[in-house]
Design a binder for this molecule. Structure first.
Ligand SMILES: [Zn+2]
Length: 89
């Protein structure tokens, strides 16, 4: 019995993965990354202020945070209100 069990055992080979496959290569060159980082550091205050800034949507008659502009514009509510507003013109 034990002999059969032993034959059925799966052989697991351990393969070593070369280091170069373990690190995820960055899509952006280092120069660009540094530029973006520096830009953010230098303009942190204004970027954050702009992000917190409230925008007003005329179509929906509501306010939303500037950072959520894309999100708001993608909502069904906004799309419908925009269509209605365009029809009224
Ligand atoms: Zn809207």
């Amino acid at each position: 019995m034990s002999d059969i069990d032993h034959e059925q055992e799966e052989k697991i080979e351990i393969i070593e993965i070369p280091n170069k496959y373990l690190t995820v290569p960055s899509k952006r060159p280092e120069k660009v990354q540094n530029y973006n980082k520096n830009y953010y550091e230098n303009n942190k205050q204004s970027i954050l202020e702009k992000a917190k800034q409230k925008d007003h949507c005329e179509a929906c008659n509501c306010t939303y945070q500037h950072v959520n502009k894309k999100k708001h514009e993608a909502t069904v509510k906004h799309q419908l209100n925009l269509k209605i507003k365009n029809l009224e013109k």
